[in-house]
Ligand binder design. Structure first.
Ligand code: PGA
Length: 240
């Protein structure tokens, strides 16, 4: 893994945004793997500004998101489809038909997961952007997830539901399950950039980079991938 530490998060996101733009310029038909959560928001803001400034064209870009809550539809303001539309897609010229987020309202969730996995195999993510949970999850692959896992319905851990509680009125409103790309799905990406900002991520980052490769630390699976770039601010890097 290549690790880059920035003096502050603004510099990190400037760098990340430039990286994404240069990848799109290199290959206008790129497939991007995209995350939700707080971490990517400053990236999405910069990408929107770059689009407004005519510095990037998303017309032929495909995007595949990591996960979605089970039971929340696209109009629910905490669903990840809603988040992606509002935070990025509605502000750029990406073709919505080429943006993929699992359908958390699918009648047959098993079939939905299978279709999503097949989509990943077919489209092949060129550049996967990841955040990391305080428990070192990637997507919603919680500690203990098999490294062989593919897209499936997963239970959300107590710590993840607590972390995400801030987006809901009360803890009981945080869904207990999600559809998540599996670890092996994520490792299919040709290039991975994982981003962490803030001291609450420091321990997960230390375990991901310096700890043993273990299913108890889902992000440690990234040590097995040949092209991973880790972008950190000083706080997230403080235990390295
Ligand atoms: P966050 O979540 O970006 O909201 O911190 C990251 C994650 O859980 O993967």
């Amino acid at each position: 893994m290549k690790v880059k530490v920035f003096d502050n998060s603004a510099l990190l996101y400037d760098y990340l945004c430039e990286k994404v733009i240069s990848k799109i310029k290199e290959n206008p038909n790129i497939t991007l793997g995209l995350p939700t959560g707080s971490t990517p928001i400053p990236l999405y803001e910069r990408l929107i500004q770059a689009y407004i400034d005519h510095k990037v064209d998303f017309a032929n870009v495909t995007s595949i998101n990591l996960d979605e809550y089970v039971g929340l539809g696209p109009t629910h303001n905490q669903s990840y489809r809603y988040f992606m539309d509002n935070t990025l897609f509605d502000h750029i010229n990406i073709n919505k038909a080429n943006t993929f987020v699992p359908n958390g309202m699918a009648k047959d969730l098993k079939q939905e997961c299978e279709n999503y996995h097949n989509l990943l195999v077919l489209k092949k993510v060129d550049l996967q952007i990841l955040g990391i949970g305080t428990n070192a999850h990637i997507a919603f692959n919680e500690p203990g997830s098999s490294f062989e896992s593919i897209t499936r319905v997963v239970p959300l851990s107590k710590s993840t539901r607590n972390d995400n509680r801030r987006f809901f009125k009360k803890l009981e409103d945080v869904p207990k399950k999600a559809i998540s790309m599996g670890i092996s799905d994520i490792l299919l990406a040709k290039k991975i950039i994982i981003v962490a900002v803030g001291s609450h991520k420091a321990e997960a980052i230390k375990n991901m980079i310096q700890g043993p490769i273990t299913e108890e630390v889902p992000a440690s699976a990234l040590q097995m991938h040949s092209d991973v770039l880790v972008l950190l601010d000083q706080e997230a890097a403080k235990l390295l």
